[in-house]
Design a protein around this ligand. Sequence first.
Ligand code: FPP
Length: 225
Amino acid sequence: MNKAKHIAIIMDGNGRWAELKDKKRVKGHEAGAKVVKEITTFCSQSKDIERLTLYAFSTENWKRPRLEVEFLMKLLESYLRNELPVYLKNNVRFEPIGDTRAFSKSLQKTIKDVQEKTSHCDGLVQSLALNYGAQDEILRAVNKIKDCEDFITEAMLSNALDCKHNVDLLIRTGGDHRLSNFLLWQAAYAELFFTDTLWPDFTTDDLQKIIKDFTKIERRFGGLK
Ligand code: FPP
């Protein structure tokens, strides 16, 4: 039976969820942050799930209206501050991926602080993708190693990426069927699941159902059964 050791999620649909309820888009992000908390706690209690990587802010999300970007930054900072004791209680290690140098000094400090204070935790690894784009990640990795190596192998490149772990199960909520520049290298053999459910409505039951379906899939990784 397959184990979903590394689950990655594109958390889409916050804005539409809010608009459907006649609320401002940012209310959808607020509701989405609560779901991040619930799903992380659920995963931290599963004996099979080792990593949970969540797409929280992409390199393209800067194109959104300034006020929405500012709100997302504040939400992220308060989420991380409030979650630190929860991470510690649940033995969750926080490992950001993405180029966080573009964030404010205060947010960078909070990110680093939570990362350092949870570095001893050896349960679930929760990675938030922050100012993350897979193409940017691959380019940064190539630029890191290009001067030291004449010939770059798959292992070398993989090791230079922010996220060095292949994804088993990649889920996208919100009805669209695309990867939106998320973990393009690491998802090479991931099983892809798409659901119309908007992220703020996504529940641990939904995740459990997807994991159950995932376990039944025959994964061949390009070989034969
Ligand atoms: C997509 O919804 C979601 C995002 C831009 C990023 C995800 C953000 C959160 C889940 C909230 C904050 C996260 C943390 C970790 C505190 P959308 O706005 O694109 O929705 P739409 O497609 O309906 O417009």
